[in-house]
Design a protein around this ligand. Structure first.
Ligand code: G
Ligand code: G
Ligand code: MN
Ligand code: NA
Length: 254
């Protein structure tokens, strides 16, 4: 396959970059975190979407070296922002299942923290519900060790999987990210609206933070605020941008 061949050389050829999407506090609009999103640009070619090549990278195992690169790069970039004075800024990194279940996963995290020198509490790992549900006993042990290191854990695309309340309570998870498909239905679709309300109140009773993904309109923002959701990300604030553009966003809010 042509794409898997190009993917194999992409790291060595420096074709990957990270873009960053701000995560903001709803009340103040302050940026508190940057979600790192992987981009692949081959010279002279149309960029491939992340979903396309992440799936291929998982199948071929290339996601392991790519994922390590993402972690390193994201932590190093956060270090630069900390050095500029944004010392409370957090970096959120997406993990794939294969990475998460790799035997030396904890070692990889430790290494990225040590090499960059950022505090563990400023690294937020995004995992999916389905990753939590697989091999749940091993997961509890590993998540407890991660949480013991001080690393934060968020559940990405929340609401699209099958996690139960009982399950959620067993994992040392810090935050739920409500999937953007539900946010886009706020005020449009009564099922989505009810679901968002239920997820927020469930998160509160489990003492979890809750973030709304894919926020695009002021109506969505006022709905979320009035229901006690404290943080959000989405095109209303900013799409994912280069590290330089992200620095400008940080400077602008001073
Ligand atoms: O921004 P974009 O449309 O490319 O993101 C599409 C999907 O790719 C998202 O679901 C996101 O979680 C995933 N993704 C983005 N960056 C990474 C990454 O570094 N690692 C993994 N495993 N997935 C990522
Ligand atoms: O699955 P994950 O949440 O990691 O994926 C992030 C994806 O969501 C990226 O592809 C990003 O480009 C996209 N995204 C971020 N904000 C918005 C938004 O407000 N609206 C839409 N439609 N997509 C968004
Ligand atoms: Mn994500
Ligand atoms: Na998501």
């Amino acid at each position: 396959l042509a794409m898997s061949n190009s993917l194999r050389h992409a790291l060595a050829r420096n074709e990957f970059t990270l873009f960053y999407q701000p995560q903001v506090e709803l009340e103040s609009g302050t940026i508190f975190s940057a979600e790192a999103l992987l981009r692949w640009r081959q010279p002279g070619k149309v960029p491939v979407t992340c979903n396309e090549f992440v799936t291929l990278a998982e199948e071929t195992g290339l996601i392991l070296p790519i994922g390590e690169w993402v972690l390193r790069e994201a932590c190093m970039q956060l270090k630069r922002w900390h050095e500029l004075g944004y010392t409370n800024l957090v970096i959120a990194v997406n993990l794939s299942a294969r990475q998460f279940f790799q035997p030396n996963f904890l070692g990889t995290i430790r290494q990225a923290l040590d090499d960059s020198g950022i505090p563990a509490s400023c690294l937020d790992l995004e995992i999916t519900e389905s990753m939590l549900m697989q091999r749940s006993e091993d997961n509890v042990a590993m998540l407890k060790r991660l949480s013991g290191m001080g690393v934060k854990l968020s559940i990405d695309d929340f609401g699209t999987g099958y996690s139960s309340l009982a399950y959620l309570q067993r994992f040392p998870v810090d935050a739920l990210k409500i999937d953007r498909s539900f946010i886009s239905g706020i005020g449009q679709d009564s099922n989505d609206t009810a679901l968002v309300t239920a997820i927020i109140s469930m998160a509160h009773s489990l003492r979890l933070k809750v973030l709304a993904e894919g926020v695009e309109t002021p109506e969505q923002i006022s709905f979320l605020r009035s229901h006690g959701c404290l943080s959000a990300q989405g095109y209303f604030y900013s799409e994912a941008v280069s590290s330089d553009e992200f620095t400008k966003l940080l400077l602008r809010q001073q």
